[in-house]
Design a protein around this ligand. Sequence first.
Ligand SMILES: CC(=O)SCCNC(=O)CCNC(=O)[C@H](O)C(C)(C)COP(=O)(O)OP(=O)(O)OC[C@H]1O[C@@H](n2cnc3c(N)ncnc32)[C@H](O)[C@@H]1OP(=O)(O)O
Length: 213
Amino acid sequence: MKNKLLIIGASGHGKVVADIALKMNKWKCVAFLDDDESVKTSLGIKVIGKTEDALKHLNDCDIFVGIGNNAIREKLQEKLELEGASLPILIHPNAVIGEEVKIKSGTVVMAGVVINCSTALGKGCIINTGATIDHDNNIEDYVHISPGVNTAGSVKIGRLTWIGIGSVVSNNVSITQRSILGANATVVKNLTEPGTYVGVPARRLTNENTHSS
Ligand SMILES: CC(=O)SCCNC(=O)CCNC(=O)[C@H](O)C(C)(C)COP(=O)(O)OP(=O)(O)OC[C@H]1O[C@@H](n2cnc3c(N)ncnc32)[C@H](O)[C@@H]1OP(=O)(O)O
């Protein structure tokens, strides 16, 4: 771990990431990188360069990708990993993490989250505000669990999936990779085809647009 933290992305999600980093009180200095030149500060924290500048700071900074879009976050984190970057895990001090929980690099766990025992979180995941992830879940890489989601026991969520705000996933259910669950969806059986699912119980949207946040 380094004593400086660089966060890529200074917009809404990046700001929440920075707020968590400040509350963890582990870094002497926190700064942003952002490709929008008009953004000079965010949350009172300086933007000191663009995404491409991350490579100049590999030796002196931990780097965190604070981008909400799953596919973009994956692309940036994978490149940084190849370059040997130090990619921390961010956990808000008011999150509750059970025994035997495994969390991989580049994942953020936000305020009010509860993760029960024996659950595994992959790399580059977002576990957003107030979500609960129960025991023995397997959340693969670059998944976004939106605010207020509840997953029951032994749920599996495939890589790059986005679970929309307030959704519920019943116990022992698997959701395949690259899926999107709309706000307030309820999943009661396995979703085996990637797609966008909405409603109670969740059903696939027929005319899907392409979303990847
Ligand atoms: C901190 C943060 O902000 S984290 C971010 C949290 N944000 C979210 O969780 C947002 C989740 N996104 C959604 O729910 C979106 O509506 C999506 C991704 C499911 C669908 O978006 P789009 O592909 O643009 O679909 P669109 O808005 O055109 O809707 C298509 C149809 O599905 C319906 N629909 C869309 N979302 C939902 C939903 N959540 N539940 C039920 N029906 C829905 C629409 O009413 C529409 O129906 P119609 O064709 O009969 O008019």
